[in-house]
Design a protein around this ligand. Structure first.
Ligand code: SAM
Length: 418
């Protein structure tokens, strides 16, 4: 068998030694995910925009997939190699003993991303990896694993950057934002990982009421309920790929799941409000909350945002209002934002966080944002904006500087949503 070329690094993976992980997340949430990883015991965390590289023990595979809320997948690198051409990639992949990771009767898939490299075709690079693994099994055993692009036993992820390849086990398989509680597709649902990340960014205390008065399919209140009630999102999944791997530690996985179940709170001593003027959306939100096991923790109401009311003292609102997608063409959006601003002002002392993809609309709230965080909602560049609702007469003086001189005013409306 061919030897690895200079610079190849089959990543060592003794059971008890710290190993490397790369945890991918929606852009802008790397800081949040680093915080989640720290709480789970990861060290050497490096923030890389669309993910976090870190070191942790073998058990992190289980803890991360069970508990991470703002992440989308947990990768474990098994090879790093210089790959100036497809042959080098093929040889490097063949240098690994693949029987450590799968049997010849199992299936595999290779997802690939190439960037600034001589290898320019991601599909061809993925095919090269697949061929190297399949050829190794065929030469050694006479049988070969098959490819399954939907639900492979061993999903692999290849990232080639400046001719350096990192090949990783994808321990999550299906992206982690697909918690498994959402059924029928709804209009503009928020990605669950992004919703959880937003809740972390708001620094909500998880001990007082929170409302989303434009909740649509309910992602924010459902994620808020799961967060406050310490429900591990991974418990909703029926299966992870690693459960079929040769090194699967069934006892460790079962203990991690049992501990997660024991930590879950059955109820919360404060309400979570979810309302929307669309009764159909509310039905779907309720169904999703039921599937997530948090329906009793959320108060669902069909209501126009102008009528939104809360019984408990409300200190936190978090929402993503419509911001001008094609489907909103018939809505008078400036008027809707004026109404939303009015709704906020009914809760003096509260903080409202608005995810918006259109700066020209948020000004109709009639309030000044005190903080903004750049995020991507799908492909739409958004801002998460914080508004403090001051009691009448206690508003801070207006900033007299021209807008271009104020900090953080450089944002221009997304042309797609104008
Ligand atoms: C972008 S969607 C929110 C998506 C939601 N975060 C989710 O995860 O599904 C905006 C929502 O605002 C609701 N909406 C629009 N106008 C409203 C109004 N006047 N009162 C209450 N809800 C309204 C829409 O029905 C829609 O569900």
């Amino acid at each position: 068998m061919t030897q690895p070329t200079d610079g190849d690094t089959p990543v060592p993976r003794p059971k008890d030694a710290a190993r490397e992980y790369f945890v991918a997340c929606p852009p802008g949430l790397d800081g949040v995910v680093a915080g989640e990883l720290a709480a789970l015991g990861a060290t050497d965390r490096q923030l890389l925009g669309t993910g976090v590289r870190c070191m942790a023990d073998a058990g992190m595979r289980y803890r991360a997939n069970l508990w991470l809320r703002a992440a989308i997948r947990v990768l474990e690198p098994v090879l790093k190699a210089d790959t100036p051409d497809p042959k080098a990639l093929y040889e490097a992949v063949r240098s690994i003993d693949w029987s450590r990771y799968m049997s010849g009767r199992q299936t595999l898939s290779v997802d690939c991303r190439v960037q600034d490299s001589a290898l320019t075709h991601s599909k061809y690079a993925a095919l090269t990896v697949k061929d190297a693994i399949v050829d190794q099994f065929r030469d050694r055993t006479g049988s070969r694993p098959n490819v399954d692009t939907q639900a492979a036993d061993l999903p692999l992820h290849l990232y080639v950057h400046r001719n350096r390849a990192t090949l990783s086990l994808d321990t999550s398989g299906t992206t982690l934002h697909k918690r498994g509680y959402r059924g029928a597709m709804v209009r503009s649902p928020l990605n669950e990982a992004l919703a959880a990340g937003i809740l972390y960014l708001t620094r909500w205390d998880r001990a007082s009421a929170l409302a989303d008065p434009m909740c649509g399919s309910g992602t924010l209140p459902i994620e808020a309920a799961m967060l406050a009630a310490r429900r591990a999102p991974g418990l909703l999944r029926t299966r992870f790929p690693f459960e079929g791997w040769p090194d699967f530690d069934a006892a460790a996985w079962s203990t991690a799941r049992a501990e997660a179940r024991a930590l879950a709170l059955p109820e919360l001593p404060f309400p979570l409000y979810a309302s929307d003027h669309h009764a159909g959306a509310l039905d779907l939100a309720r169904q999703a909350a039921r599937a997530a096991g948090v329906e009793p923790l959320v108060r669902f109401t069909v209501a126009d945002v102008g009528e939104f009311a809360a019984e408990a003292p409300l200190r936190m609102m978090v929402l993503n209002p419509p911001y001008g997608e094609r489907l909103d063409a018939e809505t008078d959006l400036p008027e809707l934002y004026r109404k939303l601003g009015g709704a906020f002002r009914r809760f003096p002392g509260a903080t409202a966080w608005v995810l918006s993809g259109n700066a020209s609309l948020t000004r109709f709230l009639g309030m000044r944002a005190t903080k903004q965080v750049k995020l991507l909602n799908g492909t739409i560049e958004c801002r998460l904006l914080r508004y403090e609702v001051f009691p009448l007469g206690a508003e801070p003086p207006k900033d007299e500087r021209p807008p271009q001189q104020r900090r953080g005013r450089k944002w221009t409306p997304n042309p797609k949503t104008k």
